[in-house]
Design a protein around this ligand. Structure first.
Ligand code: GDP
Length: 301
């Protein structure tokens, strides 16, 4: 039994490798929900959907967002009718989001809805949203002041200087702490440490539960930059170095094994002062083979 902590890009790439070599029914994924928001009248739990589509082999893995081969008829009509939408939501993907919205209105929890949808899509892994409560993430920038997460990401293309990242405290979803306690290994995938992983570890009881476990993390950094996205800006805003050294500092209270890229071999000695067990391998997941190789390395298989 393994439990994976995930955001919506780096870790799903690793999940594509893990699911090729490990029984899917023995995998649990705890997913970040801090970026969940309503768009165009529908509830968008982007990271939950990405993880669900990844297991169902439906993910558009060029972007790790949306469904492969989706059409955009509704979006095009909305635009023609004068409604612009920040997120580009495909028709099939929108149906999944509409169902979430309906079921939330009926009083179901996000955990119950994800369980229902992933079962309908034939996913055997367990997918646990980190919380069933609404959370809000705000990016405080130098140029524009307070921005909503997706405004920072899409409207401003991550260009603004980040001063602070704020998110509200939320209660764990039922089953979250148990998913950590029951696992033989916990894998923190190469997700954004500040906006995807830290919101999970900041939840009451999570860090304490992680301290008791074999926790392995893969760094989302190569040198002084992230493989993709704004992780470096967020790390700086939190006072951490934007590199695997900063990630090691952040995960230090509970991390037992840290995997960094071979190209960062020169940082290994420095990181070993923070986390004694540091290993190097290729962490750039371009092909399915890269993903499987990294998954084998992570799981020692
Ligand atoms: P988000 O929810 O879309 O922000 O996605 P995540 O937080 O799950 O993942 C974003 C992180 O994935 C970024 O910080 C990237 O550096 C990392 N990432 C993307 N592709 C790769 C890759 O091939 N290898 C590694 N090690 N990290 C990656």
């Amino acid at each position: 039994m393994i439990t994976i902590l995930s955001g919506g890009t780096g870790t799903p790439k690793l999940i594509q490798g893990i699911k090729e070599i490990y029984p899917e029914e023995d995998i649990t994924v705890i997913v970040n929900t801090v970026e969940n928001e309503y768009f165009s009248g529908g509830y968008v739990a982007a990271d939950c959907d990405t993880v669900m589509y990844t297991f169902a082999d439906m993910i558009d893995d060029e972007f790790f967002y949306g469904i492969i081969g989706d059409t955009f008829k509704i979006r095009n009509i909305l635009i023609e009718m004068g409604t612009t939408e920040l997120l580009k939501i495909g028709d099939m993907d929108r149906a999944i989001k509409i169902q979430k919205t309906i079921l939330l209105e009926e009083g179901k929890t996000l955990s119950e809805i994800v369980e229902h949808q992933k079962n309908k899509l034939g996913v055997k892994a367990k997918i646990i949203p980190m919380s069933d409560e609404d959370s809000e993430i705000k990016i405080i920038t130098k140029e524009y002041g307070e921005l909503k997460f997706h405004d920072f990401l899409i409207k401003h293309q991550c260009e603004a200087e980040v001063v602070e990242v704020q998110y509200s405290d939320v209660k764990p979803s039922s089953g979250l702490i148990q998913a950590i306690e029951n696992a033989d290994k916990i894998i923190i995938g190469p997700s954004n440490p500040i906006t995807s992983i830290r919101p999970i570890i900041a939840i009451d009881g999570v860090e304490e539960a992680l301290k008791e476990k074999e926790v392995i993390a893969v760094s989302p950094f190569l040198g002084e930059g992230a493989f993709s996205g704004p992780a470096a800006k967020f790390m700086n805003a939190f006072g951490f170095e934007a590199s695997s050294i900063g990630v090691a500092e952040l995960y230090k209270p509970f991390l037992k094994r840290f995997i960094i890229d071979t190209k960062d071999e020169k940082m290994k000695e420095e990181i070993e002062k923070i986390i004694p067990n540091v290993q190097t391998t290729n962490t750039f997941m371009k092909t399915l083979e890269d993903k499987i190789n990294l998954a084998k390395f992570v799981l020692n298989e």
